[in-house]
Write a protein of this length. Sequence first.
Length: 272
Amino acid sequence: MAVAIVDEKTKNRSGNPAGGVYRWKNSIAWLVTTLTILIVWQLAVNFFGRDYMATPVGIINALPDVLLNDPKLWPGVWETFAVVLRGLIVSVVVGTVLGLMMGRVSFLADALAPYVNGFYATPMIAVLPIITLWLGFNTSATFALVIFAAVPPMAVASWDGSRSIPTRYLEVAESFGARRRDVWIGIAIPASLPYLLAGFRLASGRALSAVVIAEFLIGTGNGLGIHVMRLAQNLKHNEAIVALSILTLAGLFLAIGVERIIRRRYPWFRKS
């Protein structure tokens, strides 16, 4: 009966008219909230702000000029996202392997858990001066900060996923004489996939934040972060927000995409 109730709720939110009503209510709530924020923002700047401050109307007017005529925008986007992509690839591999090992080997969990949790809680901006002392003021420091930011959430998610494997799966595999490699590849990794997706959602957001922090404070290169800072320093706030919105939209699309994959493929997974 409980399974039937869960399936019915999932079905209502995905297939039949009840699910459509649910989505419409969410869409209307989001639209009303967005319009309220934009109207309050516009009025507040008009009555109390400075002329150079960004407004929704100013951002809309600046949008085509920035996207089509700014020669530094798209090269900066490419440079920034290239660092994020490389950092995420390394972080996903390292964090996944580290978390799986911690989940399956208790000694490693006892030895490494304080460090993983400690690095997760450490503010990214606090370690940037140390990274620049080691690597210099260049893109290598930005790359290292992205890895520092993205590995802990991947490791924690992988660790949680490997610990959540039902014992009966391992007992059945052992009774059939499965080797340790078979248990890792055939059971541990597939059972941890929804946790890994949730960890990737967190890691990608932290990676985007890390690359912008590094570009702001290091001040070298031609990435999107330094381009936004230069626009703001020249009092081109509307243009700066247009450029910054590219990062925001990228993070939003990643989060929504991962959330939809989890809901479709793993409807039983707890909401994180």
